[in-house]
Design a protein around this ligand. Sequence first.
Ligand SMILES: C[S@@+](CC[C@H](N)C(=O)[O-])C[C@H]1O[C@@H](n2cnc3c(N)ncnc32)[C@H](O)[C@@H]1O
Length: 271
Amino acid sequence: MSDTTTRDADTDTDTGTGAAPDASGLGTVITTAYSDALAEVYDDIYPGSTEIADYLSTIAEPGASVLELGVGTGRVALPLADAGFEVHGIDTSEGMLARLAEKDPEGRITPVLGDLARLDLGRTFDVVLAPFNVLCCAMAVDEQIALMHAVARHTAPGGHVVIETFDPSDYHVQRKSAITTRPAGGRGVVIESLEVLPASQNMLLNSTLFLDGGAPVSSSTVMRYLWPSELDLLAAIARLELADRYSGWQEQPFDGGDSRKMCVSVFRPLA
Ligand SMILES: C[S@@+](CC[C@H](N)C(=O)[O-])C[C@H]1O[C@@H](n2cnc3c(N)ncnc32)[C@H](O)[C@@H]1O
């Protein structure tokens, strides 16, 4: 299991968080175990794409600094580096960061092994990017508020905060487990079951990996979904203002009410 201090993954140097030692909780422990279990096949399940890098190139200058929250295996971060951004990525999963290191032998991404619940890198970035629902990994509302405050603190004046979530309207009324099967490259399949607890807005995701003809391996995680309007409220509490909202990285219009729709929200710090 990962250490919960924030530190550079290459040098193993504690960067100092100033946060209480118990600031991270059960959610982080569950998420870390889940990510470590999936790291080996993550890229087979979720192929890389340049669409986020292409979008960020429309709002930030070449060479701008980007902090990716939950950098994982670099699915997003490596195309960002290809596009000329200075990329830093934090993740709590040693397994995910090990895969990233394999894919980035030149060390173009600055990896940080650490917990978003204790995010304190002592500097700001031109863009703070939270792709692929990572904000929902904070499994309680107070954790989500704390994370938005930390995001705002890490955003340079005039910078951008870019957050990808989904509209949870359909999930919120889901009463039965939903089962999804995903191919894992040539290695097998991952079967996911998703249960929703609408009162707390939590989702319980269980993944079972059937790989290489071996015994199945199961792992679970918990998320807390949030509506776009709730995201705006969290942002306002952290003194961030909505600038744009889309249902995709090609700036497709967002009209809400459909959980198949992504929600890409762009915030700017209030002066
Ligand atoms: C769905 S993956 C996304 C990875 C990558 N951003 C992408 O789009 O492919 C979410 C990542 O966030 C990380 N993560 C979740 N909760 C975290 C936390 N509290 N602190 C740091 N990283 C976290 C997970 O380990 C995982 O690598």
